[in-house]
Design a protein around this ligand. Structure first.
Ligand code: BES
Ligand code: ZN
Length: 644
């Protein structure tokens, strides 16, 4: 039987805080009699899975796969162990997407049962195809022989020409949010945790890595991996390529293609300090090794927190450690997300908001308050924009609505930065002395569990608020969690450094100075100040292309190697119609696949409404698209689609 967590009791019930009636149907409202702690009822709350995880739950998946670059397919057998939540359950429903299922065999212990009856539903564009397997009373293991599709959204197969080394192909996966089902048949919901093991066969000269043990090669040339800690399916990951390794210390290191290995190891050399800070604040790192792999530039994210092996974009290698907050972020997920996991994507802020909060605390610890506040201020600028652009107000709640079209809708700056700011708010109200140990206990008490927003609220009340009832009201909390936009109780990050930047920029744009003062001051600016300056340009009214020209001549933004600065500059160049930047912008769009940059650049190009630019954009996208990750292709197809 699964280990069930005790039910959590109604939030703030019987407390002085219960001043407003709960308005959201999601909030636990009934008071449970506290005679005994009943077992947690497993309810199916994740709409993005077909899995019947309230009846049967996977406990382990073993993958035995050929990595076939010619066919662009993973081909082999998945062996599933499971437990019955409902003893009478006689059906297992799995998620699959674009998989070719060749056979399904049932086992009772080591004894094979009859070939199983199974059905595969018609495909849903987002969710894929449910695989329904009829179980006998004795079945406790299932072998599924299958093959992935070359179009699998979770896998990008790169030709040698698309790698830096140009000689060998490369494969990497991206399972979050719901693409593990394009890699293997499984219960693709963060509510279910499983251990996993894998045996991989790869072409000679290529090295496979997984979000697991480092991988041992046996005498047959097969690689073996093991992840003995239970993780949700979205953290299963694979990378295969001409990958080299360089250690930072005895349990932290960097994997990358040769061309960038030394630079990446240097860029990420402070990772051990980040790990120390995290451990000091939130308890031990529980996953053994922590390595980083720098992927090819088409990787669609800044970073991905695959356990033991964060996947990172090469655009972080700026040469000056100015973008290492992404390392702090992915490492922080080892506590917030990987250890304590949102049980559905509606609760994504429990992963991303907590992680963004921890990230900022780590940055403060390593580099001081000045940098941490600059990062808060940049994030806040982004959050305000994201809130104003939200497709509907419910998407600005921390607890997201249950009718999101795609889990991607959960990963906006609302989950990240509104989420982090909710925790800043709690920190400010309760004080660090109380809030830090509280958060540490949250990670510890819920380790290897999947949790909901309501679990957090109940835990907050039981462990922090009950003894400090004046620190916040129920209405304040509701405004953060179940209300739209940014509550007025939010922290207002004030960066003196940014105020200077704004003042210097403002006087120059107003014609009150010739720019010399800004030029002098800028010699000491960090990436953060440059980003603030560039992002502020359009706060002073429409951008004058002449000003862009002066800025570019003075500061040489076009073609800059810092990807964040380049992105911020190209955004303004597009809005201001500054054409000399277009060739470098084109190059950027054709070489960088990181969604955070390219989605907004394509969006801004479209938003200009300029017909000539639409043709230019379409041509650039046509050329760049084959090199983009399938996730990015889907997103940009959608951004550029012609509205009917
Ligand atoms: N888990 C995310 C990446 C992700 C989100 C993958 C949604 C798939 C779906 C990762 O931890 C992340 O947030 N990366 C950020 C970096 C961060 C500093 C905000 C990114 O990729 O930019
Ligand atoms: Zn994250």
């Amino acid at each position: 039987m699964p280990v069930l967590k005790p039910a959590l009791f109604s939030l703030f019930a019987a407390s002085s805080l219960l001043t407003t009636a709960c308005t959201s149907g999601d909030v636990p409202t009934k008071l449970t009699a506290k005679t005994e702690m009943p077992a947690r009822v497993i309810t199916k709350d994740d709409k993005f899975t077909y899995a019947n995880y309230d009846e049967v739950r996977l406990t382990h998946i073993d993958l035995n796969l050929d990595v076939n670059f010619d066919a662009k397919a993973l081909d082999g057998i998945a062996t599933l162990d499971f437990e019955r939540v409902k003893p009478e359950a006689n059906m297992l429903v799995l998620d699959t997407k674009d998989l070719l299922i060749k056979s399904v065999r049932l086992f009772a212990g080591d004894t094979p049962e009859a070939e199983s009856e199974y059905t595969i539903d018609a495909a849903d564009k987002v969710l894929g195809e449910a695989l329904r397997i009829t179980l006998t009373d004795k079945t406790d293991k299932i072998l599924i022989s299958y093959r992935t599709s070359p179009q699998a959204e979770g896998l990008q197969w790169l030709s040698p020409a698309q790698t830096a080394g140009k000689e060998k192909p490369y494969l990497f996966s991206q399972a979050q949010a719901i693409n593990a089902r394009t890699m293997a048949p499984l219960q693709d919901t963060p509510a279910v945790r499983m251990t996993y093991s894998a045996t991989l066969r790869v072409p000679d000269g290529l090295r496979p890595l997984m979000s697991a043990s480092q991988g041992e090669i046996d005498k047959n040339g097969e690689y073996h991996f093991d992840m003995p800690q239970p993780i949700p399916s979205y953290l299963i990951a694979i990378a295969v390529g001409d990958i080299k390794f360089k250690a930072i210390n005895d349990h932290i290191g960097v994997y990358a293609e040769d061309y960038i290995l030394d630079a990446a190891t240097e860029e990420f050399s402070e990772t051990p300090l980040m790990e120390e800070a995290n451990t000091r604040l939130y308890g031990p790192y529980r996953w053994g090794r922590y390595d980083l792999i720098v992927l090819p530039p088409s990787f669609p994210f800044g970073g991905m927190e695959n356990p033991r092996l964060s996947f990172m974009t090469p655009t972080l290698i700026a040469g000056d450690k100015s973008l290492t907050n992404v390392v702090a972020h992915e490492l922080a997920h080892s506590w917030s997300g990987n250890l304590v996991t949102n049980s559905s994507w509606r609760d994504a802020w429990l992963n991303e908001g907590f992680t963004s909060y921890v990230e900022n605390r780590i940055m403060e610890d390593l580099y001081g308050e000045r940098r941490a506040v600059m990062e808060q201020a940049l994030d806040m600028e982004g959050l305000k924009r994201a809130i104003s652009e939200a497709k509907r107000p419910e998407l600005t709640h921390l607890k997201l609505p249950d009718d999101m079209e795609h889990p991607d809708d959960a990963f906006t700056l609302v989950s990240y930065i509104k989420g982090a700011n909710f925790l800043f708010f709690l920190e400010d109200r309760f004080g660090r002395e109380k809030f830090d140990p509280f958060l540490k206990a949250w990670f510890n008490d819920n380790a290897f569990q999947s949790v909901t927003t309501e679990d957090f609220i109940t835990y907050l009340h039981e462990n922090l608020h009950k003894d400090n009832p004046d620190a916040l009201t129920r209405a304040e909390l509701d405004a953060w969690v179940y209300g739209p936009g940014l509550p007025d109780t939010a922290r207002k990050p004030e960066s003196d450094a940014f105020k200077d930047v704004t003042r210097l920029l403002g006087t120059w744009l107003a014609g009150d100075s010739n720019g010399d003062e800004m030029f002098e001051a800028s010699k000491k600016w960090s990436t953060h100040e440059w980003l603030h300056m560039l992002n502020s340009l359009d706060d002073f009214g429409d951008i004058d292309v002449k000003n862009l020209e002066v800025l570019d001549t003075t500061y040489s933004f076009t073609g800059t190697q810092n990807a964040e600065t380049a992105f911020a500059w190209y955004m303004q160049a597009i809005k201001g119609g500054y054409e000399p930047a277009y060739p470098a912008l084109e190059e950027f769009l054709k070489t960088v696949g990181r969604g955070k940059f390219i989605y907004r650049l394509y969006g801004a190009l479209k938003d200009t409404g300029r017909e000539d630019l639409q043709y230019w954009t379409a041509d650039v996208y046509d050329a760049a698209r084959p090199g983009y990750h399938p996730i990015a292709q889907r997103r940009i197809d959608d951004i550029l689609k012609v509205e009917e």
